[in-house]
Design a protein. Structure first.
Lengths: 382, 151
C-alpha cells in the first residue's frame, strides 16, 4: 500500500476497489480494478473476459458462411458493419467481386449503422454523466426509425445477418429508398435539437473539457483507432486511406479534435454523423435503380456453404467501423472451414490506454472516460 | 509498397538479419524482430508507426506457431507490411513488440492466452480472456474440448 500524509499530518492509505463487473456504467460485464488516493486514481487495471465464448474457435469449426450470423453478436449495436468486414475478408481471400448495386446498399447500411452507434453513444455518455435517461430516450427515438429500416430489409432489427460474400442477402423492399430519404432529411434537425440540449450545456462542458486527455503520440503508438484517435487530432480514417468498397465516390470531410479530451470525443461524433448524412445524400442520388445484388461467384458460396472451398492462403481485411478499425484475419487450408479466423476488435484494443487516460483524475471521471471510449463487451470479450 | 524493396532495405540496414518472402508477407527470425520493427518505424521512407493486428496461427502439421503482425503507417497512410515470426510449438518463445508498439500489449496477452505464444519482456503477460486457473490454450489445434465427444 502506498502511504501519503495530509496537511494535518494525518496518516492516510490508498484504497483498492472494484468497479464492476455488475455496474451500470461499465456497459456490460467489465471490471475496473482501481487504486484510489482519496478520490484520485493512482492505478487502474481493466479486467475482462466475463462474456468470453471463444468466438474464434466456434468460427473455425463451421463453414465460412456459417459464422456470418455470429459476427452480428460481436458488436451487437452495429451488426451491419461486422458483416461488412467479414464479407470483405472472405471476398479478398477467394477473389469474389461485388456488383454495383450491392456496393451502394452496403455503404448505405454501414453509414446508417454509424448513425445508430454514434447517436446511442452520445446518449449513454450523458447517462454516465448523470443526465439520467433523458438524452438516451431522444437517442432511442431516432435509432428506432433506423432499426425499422433494418427490419424491413433484413428481417431482424439488431442481428441483421444481411451481407453475403459477393453481395447482400436480399434486394431492398418497395418504398425503402423513400424511407431512407425521409430519415436523411430529418436527421440534421434531430442533431440540431440534440446539440441545443447538450453542446453548450455548462455542466457537460465542466465535466468533459480537459478530462481524460490522450496525446497524439500515445494514441498512434497504442493502436487506438476510430473517433477516439481522431479526437486526438490524428487524421486517419480507413474510409479515406483504403478507399474500400466505393468510398472514393463520395465527398466527405474527416473531422478532427484539437485537445483530445472527452468533450472532443463527444463533439467529434456529432460531426461524424453530419458527414455520414452527407454520404447518404450523395449515395441516394448516385444509386443505380436496378441491378444484381450478388455476383455469380458469391451466389455459389451462398447456395452450397458446406461445400464451398476458397483457395489456400491468408487475407486481412479491415474497415472503418463506428468504433474504430475492425479487421478480420483469415487463413484457408483449402477446406470448407477456415483454418484460422481472427477478429481485430476496435473496442478491445482501444482499452489499452484506459489507465493512461484515467491516472490523476477523479473516480467519477473514470466513468465518463470509459464511456467516451465506446466499448461493447460482446466485441471486447468475443 | 514493394515488398522486395522493403526486404532489400531491411537487409541493408540490419546486418545479419535473415528475411524471406512468402506471398505478400516477410518472415523474420525471432532474434531480429525488434530491430526490424524499430527500423520500419523509424525509417523516413516507411514510418510504420501503427501496429494494427497482432495474432498467431497454430500450424500443427508443420510443427510451429506463427505470429502475424500487420504494420501500417498513420503518418504516410500506407501499408501493410506483414511480419511473420515462426517459433517451435514446444518452445514458443519470441520477443514482445510492446517496447516498440504499445498497441501490441493486449493483443499479445490474448495470443498468449489462447495460443500459448510466450512473449519475452512483455510488461504484464497474464491471461486476459480466460480465467487465471485455466489450463491449456484453446485455439491450439490439438486442444481437446471437454464436450467434444457429445453428439
Amino acid at each position: 500500500m502506498m502511504e501519503t500524509t495530509s496537511a494535518y499530518k494525518l496518516e492516510t492509505q490508498t484504497l483498492e476497489i472494484n468497479i464492476g463487473p455488475q455496474h451500470p456504467s461499465t456497459h456490460g460485464v467489465f471490471r475496473m480494478n482501481v487504486v484510489l488516493d482519496g478520490e484520485t486514481i493512482v492505478k487502474l487495471k481493466p479486467v475482462m473476459g466475463y462474456l468470453h465464448r471463444n468466438h474464434e474457435q466456434l468460427a473455425e469449426n463451421m463453414s465460412y458462411l456459417g459464422s456470418m450470423p455470429y459476427t452480428d453478436r460481436l458488436d451487437y449495436i452495429c451488426s451491419m458493419t461486422n458483416n461488412f468486414a467479414y464479407a470483405l475478408a472472405v471476398e479478398k481471400l477467394a477473389g469474389i467481386d461485388v456488383p454495383e448495386r450491392a456496393q451502394y446498399i452496403r455503404v448505405m447500411m454501414a453509414e446508417l449503422t454509424r448513425l445508430v452507434n454514434h447517436t446511442l453513444l452520445v446518449g449513454f455518455l450523458l447517462n454516465d454523466l448523470g443526465a439520467f435517461f433523458t438524452p438516451v430516450l431522444y437517442a432511442f427515438r431516432e435509432r428506432e426509425k433506423i432499426l425499422d429500416l433494418f427490419e424491413a430489409v433484413a428481417g431482424s432489427r439488431m442481428m441483421c445477418n444481411y451481407f453475403r460474400f459477393g453481395g447482400v442477402k436480399a434486394d431492398l423492399p418497395a418504398g425503402f429508398l423513400d424511407r431512407v430519404k425521409e430519415i436523411v432529411n430529418n436527421y440534421p434537425k434531430f442533431l440540431d435539437e440534440f446539440e441545443r440540449l447538450l453542446s453548450g450545456n455548462e455542466i457537460l462542458q465542466a465535466r468533459c473539457q480537459n478530462v481524460g486527455i490522450l496525446s497524439k503520440e500515445l494514441a498512434t503508438n497504442s493502436s487506438v483507432t476510430g473517433p477516439l484517435l481522431r479526437a486526438s487530432g490524428v487524421n486517419y480514417d480507413i474510409r479515406k486511406v483504403d478507399k474500400y468498397s466505393i468510398y472514393d465516390r463520395f465527398e466527405f470531410r474527416v473531422p478532427l479534435g484539437t485537445v483530445g479530451d472527452v468533450y472532443d470525443r463527444y463533439y467529434l461524433r456529432i460531426l461524424e454523423m453530419r458527414e455520414s448524412i452527407k454520404i447518404l445524400q450523395q449515395l441516394l442520388k448516385q444509386m443505380p435503380e436496378k441491378g444484381e445484388i450478388i455476383s455469380p461467384k458469391g451466389m455459389q458460396a451462398a447456395k452450397t456453404p458446406r461445400n464451398w472451398k476458397p483457395p489456400v492462403g491468408d487475407a486481412y481485411a479491415r474497415i472503418e467501423a463506428p468504433k474504430g478499425e475492425l479487421g478480420f484475419y483469415l487463413v484457408s487450408d483449402g477446406s470448407a472451414k477456415p483454418y484460422r479466423y481472427h477478429v481485430r476488435p476496435p473496442s478491445f484494443i482501444n482499452l489499452t490506454i484506459l489507465e493512461d487516460m484515467c491516472l490523476g483524475y477523479k473516480i467519477a471521471d473514470a466513468i465518463i472516460i470509459l464511456g467516451s471510449i465506446d466499448i461493447v463487451l460482446g466485441e471486447v470479450d468475443r | 509498397m514493394n515488398i522486395e524493396e522493403i526486404k532489400a532495405d531491411i537487409e541493408k540496414n540490419i546486418p545479419g538479419a535473415s528475411v524471406t518472402m512468402e506471398g505478400d508477407a516477410l518472415i523474420v527470425a525471432k532474434d531480429h524482430l525488434l530491430e526490424v520493427a524499430r527500423f520500419l518505424k523509424g525509417n523516413e521512407k516507411y514510418r510504420m508507426d501503427y501496429v494494427s493486428c497482432v495474432t498467431g496461427v497454430d500450424y500443427l502439421a508443420k510443427g510451429y506457431l506463427e505470429s502475424v503482425n500487420h504494420l501500417y503507417s498513420m503518418e504516410k497512410k500506407h501499408g501493410p507490411v506483414i511480419l511473420k515470426v515462426r517459433v517451435p510449438r514446444d518452445n514458443p518463445k519470441m520477443p514482445s513488440l510492446v517496447p516498440v508498439y504499445r498497441g501490441a500489449e493486449f493483443q499479445e496477452r490474448e495470443s498468449y492466452d489462447l495460443l500459448g505464444i510466450v512473449y519475452e519482456k512483455h510488461p504484464d503477460l497474464r491471461r486476459i480472456l480466460m480465467w487465471d486457473e485455466f489450463e491449456g490454450h484453446p485455439l491450439r489445434k490439438d486442444y481437446v474440448q471437454e464436450d467434444q465427444d457429445l453428439p
